[in-house]
Design a protein around this ligand. Sequence first.
Ligand code: GDP
Ligand code: IMO
Ligand code: MG
Length: 430
Amino acid sequence: MANVVVVGAQWGDEGKGKIVDWLSERADVIARFQGGHNAGHTLVIDGEVFKLHALPSGVVRGGKLSVIGNGVVLDPWHLVTEIETIRAQGVEITPETLMIAENTPLILPLHGELDRARESQNSVAKIGTTGRGIGPAYEDKVGRRVVRVADLADPATLATRVDRLLIHHGALRRGLGLPEVDRDGLIAALSEVAPKILPYAAPVWKVLNEKKSEGRRILFEGAQGALLDIDFGTYPFVTSSNVIAGQAATGTGIGPGSIDFVLGIVKAYTTRVGEGPFPTELFDEDGQRLGERGHEFGTTTGRKRRCGWFDAVLVRQTCATSGVNGIALTKLDVLDGFEELKICTGYELDGRMLDHLPTAADQQARVTPVYETMTGWSDSTAGARSWADLPGEAIKYVRRIEELIRCPVALLSTSPEREDTILVTDPFAD
Ligand code: GDP
Ligand code: IMO
Ligand code: MG
């Protein structure tokens, strides 16, 4: 039985939610393994829109087990609200259908405050974070002072954890001119939210390993995109977690050998939210048209996404670092009607040609893309459900992408709707 990892292969918002929802019909368990509610995954099912941030996209299909793994950072108050919102859309969420790893770190209000206070400092270049406390929570995890889900069960442990955390944050907050944290108020708030979270707490590593031995299929749902990875992304303009496929193992507690197929989600052009280098970014009418046709506004913050041509150099690189076996190419329909399309095939830097994005920040900011021009198509691909429905020029564009990134297309998406998806190779096939 195959277990599949889905990862974003660009800067996020590639359409992971739609593809995970589509694939989850074939899976028994859907597990998030990193990130938090900085993610925004949109699903459209028969015209109804579901926006998921902390919950795995699998919750929308009944009868599946959804899992929040230890690699995630979880804001318990946000989760309670998100569960209520999704329930109001008719989705059943119970401790039988949702499990949260007991060793998951919690995002507290002080993390969001710190995130936003740092972003508003004028002396340092902004990252353009979502302001949801993701970075500060991961810092505290690695700093061995974070409050975890299991700590909510015992008042004495909870108080000890909060005290340890506040020694560190007290000093930080004084430096930033933030008011002192009300210790007793924080403990009271955590004690109040605890009974709403604890029913879902479980030893996820054990449950997943048991499911695996029973031959159940696990679908791992990544958030963000490989270019936002803390190690391999455009540092420091990245998120604070490992985003690439290897994280699926450490972020849930299964061995790396349990991953049978890595599916990279790739948008047919490129977008980015927040600050940082973006070699193929467009500032002209083409860029505006991509943004308008693609409705490129952030699901989480509503910010306008920056848009540009497809960058094959970047995707070849991210397919390598995640060991991508096949890609799902999304939003091909957004390119309908362009007379010409450009694909970046390499970079030029100081008179030299590069076949990868350099690591040094100043070089990342200075590379200029080398383009190949392709003929566009006037027919529509929107809503296409088979290869036969695609115009010849669209097929050529897809084939050229496969060649340049050295990875085959397994799925193709032609609209936000669940069923407007073309299956080429089933990632779950044995
Ligand atoms: P995610 O963060 O990777 O899950 O992606 P988002 O949900 O943030 O952004 C992708 C957006 O594109 C969502 O609004 C989707 O409904 C939409 N979408 C997904 N696939 C397609 C597609 O093939 N065509 C079009 N036009 N929209 C799509
Ligand atoms: P999904 O899962 C796109 C970006 C932010 C910012 C940087 C750091 O929907 O693809 P953070 O709040 O994580 O510390 O912000 O990362 N970012 C995303 N961009 N899609 C996402 O998630 C993102 N999650 C974070 O805009 O540039
Ligand atoms: Mg998104």
